[in-house]
Design a protein around this ligand. Structure first.
Ligand code: SF4
Length: 237
């Protein structure tokens, strides 16, 4: 099954090469009925993708990882999205036992203590729930953009995610922030107001801050760590 999915990559790349974003989403939804999923953190990127999928009524499951540490604003935009599109974004939650053990052994904010404790928290609250969300799916649509970090500059639009045994589609890879904002404005798409306060990438509240003009996009995440490859494990390659 995995080989079959993996081997379909070159054909898919050719097929969507000349398509617009809405066309490519519709094409994949038709080709893999019930097996296309879109992860959302309710960022600008994910809201644009959700808009195209929901507005066209595509058979694409949209899910979010509710880590339990999200900003109040994120829950508001989540509710607004459900209302606007008459949908229910599916939520995956961390394993209760894992969260309890982590908090009881290490403390509720142990992610500030070391990179391994931070990654441990990300594993429990994000990576493990993500694995459940992607199980039995063939295509995972993400809002990754090249502007977000140097590591993402050379990402392909379609790639094989070995860890999750799934084809990953990054359709916004080369879309700029200005272009993204224009789509949001043109379609009056609900978005997280934290973006207007300098938050570029919005994750968990204790681990995300606004950035100053000119600062690297990833400076807003896990800022107490050395500015090396900052990833939470969701998009490891
Ligand atoms: Fe935990 Fe922070 Fe990772 Fe969220 S971003 S899962 S709070 S370490």
């Amino acid at each position: 099954m995995n080989d079959k999915k993996k081997n379909s990559l070159p054909g898919l790349r050719d097929a969507i090469a000349e398509m617009t974003l809405p066309q490519s989403l519709a094409y994949l939804a038709d080709l893999f009925p019930g097996e296309v999923t879109l992860s959302t953190s309710f960022s600008w990127e994910d809201q644009v993708l959700s808009h195209y999928a929901l507005d066209a009524g595509l058979e694409i499951e949209i899910f979010t990882l509710d880590t339990g540490r999200l900003f109040p604003e994120t829950y508001i935009v989540w509710s607004k999205t459900n209302e606007r599109y008459q949908t229910k974004i599916k939520a995956y939650y961390p394993d209760q036992g894992g969260v309890e053990k982590y908090a009881n052994d290490k403390g509720p904010n142990a992610f500030y203590h070391s990179i391994s404790d931070r990654k441990g928290c990300c594993f429990i609250r994000k990576v493990e729930p993500l694995r459940r969300a992607l199980k039995d799916k063939s295509i995972w649509i993400t809002g990754l953009r090249a502007e977000h970090s140097p590591e993402r500059q050379d990402l392909p639009l379609l790639e094989w995610d070995e860890g999750n045994s799934i084809i990953k589609y990054n359709p916004l890879l080369h879309v700029t922030t200005q272009e993204l904002k224009k789509i949001v404005d043109d379609h009056s798409i609900p978005y997280n107001p934290l973006h207007d306060e300098g938050f570029v990438s919005i994750g968990c509240a204790p681990c995300t801050r606004a950035i100053q003009p000119g600062e690297d996009f990833r400076a807003g995440r896990w800022w107490w760590e050395e500015n090396i490859k900052k990833e939470c494990g969701l998009h490891s390659r």
